[in-house]
Ligand binder design. Structure first.
Ligand SMILES: Cc1ncc(COP(=O)(O)O)c(C=O)c1O
Length: 221
């Protein structure tokens, strides 16, 4: 599976070379079959090669394979955004944009929130994972392996304990840490946003205590 042409900076977890997949299974180039517990790191909710998805990709590929929306809008982008917006559980209109990766989404969220608030500080959480680009590295709540040997990272970013019934950190403890943060480290008036995963992945699949999310929301209104 190794090749001189692949950068050693990619830390490969499973040293097999895959050939194809179907539903929840994948096969390597030697024909060995595996149950796929990776699923594109949790994004292949319908498994591999679902016939309706394959058909939709094939259909679109015969019409238009790529166009930058900022150069000229196209209908499938608009249709998808309308459908995605309908999933956001708030009672006011929402808008969004599509990006190429999770890190790019997080980076753009930082730019948008800085522009909208005129503030720059971000509150993130211990154990968080937001990506591998320079700005998102600093949001991650883990030094190894992400923040080693990369030098100065864009800030300011502050981390709080992640309160969850799954890790034993209580809502009260996290709120206490937040009080300390705002009295010792940073003026709340300089905070642009909180960024958090409702369910952390890298940290070991922890769901945030909803009581904390509700309390934190009152700070940013
Ligand atoms: C919560 C979260 N944010 C951002 C990312 C980064 O996504 P990408 O690897 O597409 O940049 C991930 C990837 O696993 C993620 O789980």
């Amino acid at each position: 599976m190794s090749s001189e042409s692949i950068s050693r900076s990619i830390n490969v977890v499973h040293p097999v070379t895959l050939s194809h997949g179907k539903n929840a299974e994948v096969w390597d180039t030697e024909g060995k079959r595996y149950i796929d517990f990776v699923g594109g790191i949790g994004v292949l909710n319908l498994g591999h090669c679902h016939p309706r998805i394959v058909e939709a990709i094939r259909d679109q590929a015969t019409r238009l394979t790529h166009y930058a929306f900022n150069a000229a809008p196209h209908q499938p982008y608009i249709d998808l955004m309308e459908r995605l917006s309908a999933f956001i559980p708030v009672d006011y209109p929402v808008s969004g944009m599509l990006t190429n990766s999770g890190a790019e989404a997080a980076e753009n969220a930082l730019k948008i929130v800085r522009g909208a608030t005129g503030r720059s500080a971000v509150i993130a959480f211990d154990g968080a994972f937001h990506g591998r680009t320079l700005a998102t590295l600093n949001l991650n709540g883990k030094v190894a392996p992400y923040k080693q040997k990369v030098g100065l990272l864009p800030g300011p970013v502050y981390h709080l304990p992640y309160p969850s019934h799954d890790n034993g950190v209580t809502c009260a403890e996290a709120l206490k840490a937040m009080d300390r943060l705002f009295s010792v480290e940073i003026d709340i008036a300089d905070v642009a946003c909180f960024i958090f995963e409702p369910v952390q992945g890298e940290a070991g699949f922890l769901a945030m205590d909803p009581a904390f999310a509700q309390s934190a929301a009152t700070f940013v209104r």
